[in-house]
Design a protein around this ligand. Sequence first.
Ligand code: FUL
Length: 498
Amino acid sequence: MKKAVFFFILMVSVLSCNATDAWKDREGFVDPEKVRAAAEVKPHPRQLAWQQLELTCFFHFGINTFTDVEWGDGTEDPKLFNPTELDCRQWVKAVKAAGFKLAILTAKHHDGFCLWPSKYTTHDVASSLYKNGQGDVVKEFVDACRAEGIKIGIYLSPWDRHEKTYGTDAYNDYFDNQINEIFDLYGPDIDEFWFDGANGEGPNGKKQVYDWNRFYKTIRERNDNCVIAVSGPDVRWVGNESGLARESEWSVVPATARDQDDIAAAFEEGGFHYENITPEEMEALGITSYNYDASSEYMGDRVAISAAEEAIWYPAECDTSIRPGWFYHDYQNLQVKSLAKLMDIYYKSVGRNSVLLLNIPPDKRGLLHDRDVKRLKEFGDTIKEIFGENRAAGAKRTDSEVSGENYQMTVELDLGEEKWFNRLSIGENIANGQRVEKFALEVWNGRDWKEVERSTTIGYKRLLKFPLQKAQKVRINIVQSRYIPEISSIGLYYSSLY
Ligand code: FUL
């Protein structure tokens, strides 16, 4: 009996601990004016359009597919590239059926091998056996995307382990020329350029000093709607390759998050940061700038914003692969991520104010493997099944007044009758910024409002999983916001499994 009482007390304290932890503030200097100003930072229309895609994908395909490695060194024989059944339409159909809206092809990876016939190098498809050197994979890819209505993304690795000019100013010309070449041949409707953060040595042992602003200017001139990701100003790498956003994911972060040298350092050294100290302490330590840690769990929180000179809209993209590697390897055929794993990633990427970038690597034939195609279909079907029926559709919504220095308010929904649900989808009108810091989901049990779940940021979309509820009235209790909350969508759903 004693044991049972002890266990009960332990469980109660563990549960209440968890509940309060979600709202626990980090210790540190907070400047209310800067926090308030951060709520005014808004996305560029190209960033907003990108965020609304939710599901985007990668196709890692190239010379590595044939040499069976993850990073080629640029010395591989182009003749090895020879897909026997290449069908980009098969790739694009598979991802489209699963709900993906944009696909990115690795037109050039770190080995420098180009999947299009480039007039600036011979390390490309034109020197391969594929269609006797007459093939053009980038063209086949963009044609397939256009035919299926999928947006187009191009991955062009700045780091080039083949190109002889790498490490000199001439390489900046080479890289800029290739960006222009891509637009000349396949543009202008390229919606995402993906520049990797990895920056190693070239064939002559030199590292490149990139002329980033020149590359960005070229892209802006060719298509102002195109977002530039990772080593670029529009889309931020989330900080891991597991497809997981932070529990609190802010799209408004210190401007230093966009500093290219810091991004490269973060890739190499795991990064470093000083956001937990006051400006006075920074001065005393001789630190002049707030440094960047791509994986800091505090990215964009009040303390980080308070230490920043400037805050910018720089939303997170969560990249991960459906298999352990980015490129296809036969021996990984039994390691395709499970549906449960993919759904967990979905809740923790799209469901945490981020865009998912899922890689599905085509094999040596130039086709997606059956196992990957099957898993993609299950993934898309499961999302549609869960989120296809919104049990809050047509509900009567009542917003309270906003009060207090934390802009508290409630949004109440009357569902018209009692309904069962165990998933919440909620969104802010991010065209006006990201504001909510702490909220709770509550249900009316006939006498009182009962708290079901506590959470933190919302942003474009927040998904919550919680135990099954039956209620007619539901309330979102916003307990802390940086400015007047603008809740633009609320959905309630039921899922038996995921
Ligand atoms: C990394 C690269 O080094 C990997 O090969 C892969 O392309 C991944 C998406 O980005 O930085």
